[in-house]
Design a protein around this ligand. Structure first.
Ligand SMILES: Cc1cc2nc3c(=O)[nH]c(=O)nc-3n(C[C@H](O)[C@H](O)[C@H](O)COP(=O)(O)O)c2cc1C
Length: 166
């Protein structure tokens, strides 16, 4: 089964630390993503300190997994690097998915916490991490060793597929 069908969101983690080498492996995968005009408009903040992870976990009600993850990868869209502004979300989406798939490949658990485009979430993150105005705080990816096994449910739904015309 390919990685795509093994990946699932993990929100509970063990205390084991994720090494810097593994984080680099995830970042390499993120930066390998396709992007509009090959603009690669991403930047990242890797967060490791407990007090920072705790603060981020309190930024919105679905962000709690951040508190117990080993590391957080905050993904940013650099507006100065984007060649087609409206494409930056798609570029960052591809980058985020690559990171999640690489985490699965490395035996890690991960979950994507949504921030952009919800302004009160992005403003909090921006202020806390000193993110400059030319960067969109896109998401926070929690990374750690999974504290539980999980089952993946296949979602293929042929009623959503149209051939030739809708
Ligand atoms: C844009 C986006 C935002 C998300 N935001 C959150 C979030 O804030 N908190 C959370 O626990 N999961 C979040 N998720 C994870 C989804 O809840 C999860 O992908 C979905 O329930 C499907 O489950 P799976 O990832 O295990 O396949 C987000 C996923 C995406 C793509």
């Amino acid at each position: 089964m390919s990685l795509i069908f093994k990946r699932r969101s993990v929100r509970k983690f063990t205390d084991e630390e994720v090494s810097d080498d593994l984080i680099e492996s995830l970042l390499k995968a993120g930066m390998q993503a396709p992007s509009s005009c090959n603009s690669q408009p991403w930047e990242f903040v890797v967060v490791s300190k407990s007090e920072d992870k705790q603060a981020i976990s309190e930024m919105h009600r679905f962000a709690k997994p951040a508190a117990e993850a080993s590391k957080l990868i905050v993904t940013l869209g650099n507006l100065n690097e984007a060649k087609v502004i409206g494409m930056i979300e798609q570029d960052l989406g591809a980058c985020n998915e690559n990171i999640l798939l690489q985490a699965t490949h490395e035996g890690l658990g991960s979950v994507w916490l949504g921030f952009h485009p919800i302004e009160d979430r992005t403003l909090r993150l921006k202020e806390y991490l000193d993110i400059p105005d030319y960067c969109i705080p896109f998401s926070v990816i929690c990374v750690g060793y999974p504290a539980h096994d999980g089952e993946v449910k296949l979602r293929y739904d042929e009623s959503k597929v149209h051939f030739d015309k809708y």
